[in-house]
Design a protein around this ligand. Structure first.
Ligand code: PLP
Length: 366
């Protein structure tokens, strides 16, 4: 068996140790004679895994008692709709910052939700220019509504490779953040956020599950006239076991979090992630007549490095030759084209160096 070098944007590479542990435990989990998938979600064997995943998250990310750690389904995309349904009251208004495709989607779903909620949605800032996004807005560009029910922001725009290195300041308006593609990549102070959500399949696990960090008092503000299954309080009151959760996905998240902890926690992961991004951007800037990053330097993403070559033909050749060296997942999103290297936690420094060497050689040869 030979594993490839995986730069996929999501679902993405998982740490080998987390997969090997799953393999070793697949047929006989904890000496129970069955896989973890075959256990009841109400049984103590599964519950131990569930609670361990939550405890590891609290420990690694430094989550306090005022905050719930939840597992919810439907992907980050479902949260785009569910957040306004819960937290945008009749007659209220919510602010959105848009600096890429995911922020656009969050905004559009919130607009659709207003038909039900009776509230309205405002764009507090957008950096769209010729249908492209190449930067995050500056603090001064954010036209905040001090009465807003919340301010929604996407910390990292996965498709455009545009990331907030310093997130907008929290004030009296609750800060809601889609952290899907840069969750747990560095030490983060989660205390300013009222609600953070992240699809697991970028940095912390498989698809089909979203991790939510939500302040208890914020959850309590949510509407109570929604079907129970759509209220975050239902998830919180039932330790994310109101109905059957994707148990295997949560089990894998447990494995990944354990790997992060044993590898030295977020401080160590951050150091490595910064090194990886610096290497790739270094290769782009060192061959500036060949590789072009469309993203302004201050907004360059450490997780998704997007760049162009002089022609689409060269880009196709770049992808084909990279593949010969077992590097996959480098094709940019269909909406923007070009190349995208996603450097999530499970992507090693060694893999990154292989890509950098290839980029240097390819630019020289072409
Ligand atoms: C991937 C992604 C999503 C969508 O996640 P789904 O699980 O497909 O719903 C939303 N926001 C961001 C920032 C993403 O990277």
């Amino acid at each position: 068996m030979e594993r490839v070098i995986n730069f996929n944007a999501g679902p993405a590479a998982l740490p080998l140790a987390a997969l090997e542990r799953a393999r070793d435990e697949l047929l006989d989990f904890a000496g129970t004679g069955m896989s973890v998938m075959e256990h009841s979600h109400r049984g103590k064997d599964y519950e131990r895994v569930h609670d361990e995943a939550i405890a590891l998250l609290r420990e690694i990310a430094g989550i306090g008692d005022d905050t719930e750690v939840l597992f919810v389904q439907g992907g980050a995309t479902q949260q785009f709709a569910q957040i306004p349904l819960n937290f945008l009251p009749d007659g209220g208004s919510a602010d959105y910052i848009v600096h890429g495709a995911w922020g656009e989607k969050a905004l559009s779903e919130a607009q659709a939700a207003t038909k039900w909620s009776g509230g309205k949605v405002r764009v507090a800032a957008t950096t769209v220019h010729d249908k492209q996004y190449t930067r995050v807005p500056a603090e001064a560009e954010i036209a905040r509504d001090p009465q807003a029910a919340y301010l929604h922001v996407t910390s990292n725009e996965t498709i455009h490779g545009v990331q907030f290195h310093e997130l907008p300041k929290a004030d009296a308006v609750p800060l809601v953040c889609d952290m899907s593609s840069d969750f747990l990549w560095r030490k983060t102070d989660f205390s300013p956020f009222s609600f953070v959500y992240a699809g697991a399949q970028k940095n912390v696990g498989p698809s089909g599950i979203v991790i939510v960090l939500a302040k208890k008092d914020f959850i309590a503000r949510g509407r109570k006239d929604l079907p129970k299954i759509f209220q975050y309080r239902t998830v919180a009151e039932n330790n994310s076991l109101y109905n059957t959760p994707p148990t295997f996905a949560i089990y894998l998240i447990r494995n990944v979090l354990d790997w992060i902890k044993k590898g030295g926690g977020l401080a160590r992961i951050e150091e490595q992630n910064r090194q990886k991004a610096a290497l790739i951007y270094g290769a782009i800037d060192a061959n500036a007549s060949f590789y072009v990053s469309p993203v302004e330097k201050a907004s360059r993403s450490t997780m998704n490095v997007v760049f162009r070559l002089p022609s689409e033909e060269l880009e196709a050749r770049f992808l084909a030759e990279a593949k010969k060296l077992k590097m996959v997942g480098l094709k940019g999103h269909r909406s923007v084209g070009g190349i995208r290297a996603s450097l999530y936690n499970a992507v090693s420094l060694e893999w990154t160096k292989t890509l950098v060497d290839f980029m240097r050689d390819f630019a020289k040869k072409a």
